[in-house]
Design a protein around this ligand. Structure first.
Ligand SMILES: Nc1nc2c(ncn2[C@@H]2O[C@H](COP(=O)(O)OP(=O)(O)OP(=O)(O)O)[C@@H](O)[C@H]2O)c(=O)[nH]1
Ligand SMILES: [Mg+2]
Length: 215
């Protein structure tokens, strides 16, 4: 299964985001968790999204087109302790605005370090998405990813997975390094825009067809 992505543009403000009818799937997660690496693994391209050893590298929304109906949005990472407060607040506001107003947001891929498990920020994001959905009744989905699983040994996997139970969606266990779980994630992402989708978990527990949130 192919997911051919092309970089389109970066947006530093919500006004700079593209206006189109494409379904958008956003990748969110803590700074340095591996969002850009997963995007590259999904697209099978090494340097599509910029990867860095320095946390806090992605500070804007990066839009990637996939075919003619889908776009992936690489969101800036949150929770980077060393980022200047004003910068962190600016990024937080941009993310919040995007998640509130992104009319075409069909799914949020919430990427969590498999060794760490979801924490306050992830629960907040999941709840935020749920609230948005219950208000507008659209069909956006939460896809939870436990990444960097190559850093877990066999014995650590069970306990690590149990830490995800509270978030309410079973995680896809992934590694951008070994490629584990990437096919499954790619399928779930493509299923969001496929008319035959069957297995994408919805945070509302039901699928409808219209995405619109103008709050
Ligand atoms: N072992 C391992 N390392 C990974 C994996 N994914 C990413 N990394 C490493 O983690 C670091 C951060 O990766 P990025 O993809 O830039 O992370 P990001 O979430 O986009 O970071 P920001 O844009 O700064 O928020 C890099 O050094 C990657 O090589 C993985 O699955 N396994
Ligand atoms: Mg990044």
């Amino acid at each position: 299964m192919r997911l051919e992505a092309e970089f389109l543009c970066s947006a530093l403000t919500i006004a700079e985001c593209p206006r189109w009818k494409r379904a958008e799937i956003a990748l969110a997660g803590r700074s340095n968790v591996g969002k850009s690496s997963l995007l590259n693994a999904l697209a099978r391209r090494k340097n599509l999204a910029r990867i860095s050893k320095t946390p806090g590298r992605t500070r804007c929304l990066n839009f990637f087109t996939v075919g003619d109906r889908l776009a992936l949005v690489d969101l800036p990472g949150y929770g980077y302790a060393k980022m200047a407060r004003a910068e962190a607040e600016k990024i937080g506001r941009l993310m919040e605005q995007y998640l509130r107003q992104g009319h075409n947001l069909k799914a949020l891929v919430l990427i969590v370090d498999a060794r760490r498990g979801p924490q306050q920020e992830e629960f907040t994001l999941a709840r935020f998405l749920q609230n948005r959905l219950s208000r507008v009744g659209n069909d956006a989905h939460l896809i939870v990813v436990a990444t960097k699983c190559d850093k877990l040994n066999r014995a650590e996997r069970g306990p690590a997975l149990r830490r995800f139970e509270k978030i309410g969606a079973a995680p896809i266990i992934c590694s951008a390094t070994t490629g584990e779980g990437i096919d499954q994630l790619r399928r779930q992402i493509l299923d969001v825009v496929s008319p035959h989708r069957t297995d994408v978990p919805s945070v509302t527990g039901q699928a409808t067809t219209q995405a619109s949130d103008d709050s």
